[in-house]
Ligand binder design. Structure first.
Ligand SMILES: [Zn+2]
Length: 70
């Protein structure tokens, strides 16, 4: 995915590698220097630094939140 990625809480992404539980969909729980993610399949929580996160994302599933909405 070229260019800097906009990341927001509750953003849903598909990662390049499947989690051992079989899901490849994750939801962002925290943004900043490190990105917090929770697996949609099993609820496992992980933290990735932003660079690692951007490398692993294959597809953004949810659309960006409306400007102005909290
Ligand atoms: Zn999982």
């Amino acid at each position: 995915m070229p260019g800097p990625l906009t990341v927001w809480v509750e953003m849903r992404v598909r990662l390049r590698k499947k989690h051992p539980c079989g899901s490849d969909v994750w939801t962002v729980t925290r943004t900043g220097a490190d990105i917090g993610l929770v697996c949609d399949g099993c609820g496992r929580r992980i933290m990735l630094d932003r660079e690692e996160f951007e490398r692993r994302v294959r597809e953004v599933i949810s659309s960006a939140p409306e400007a102005g909405s909290a």
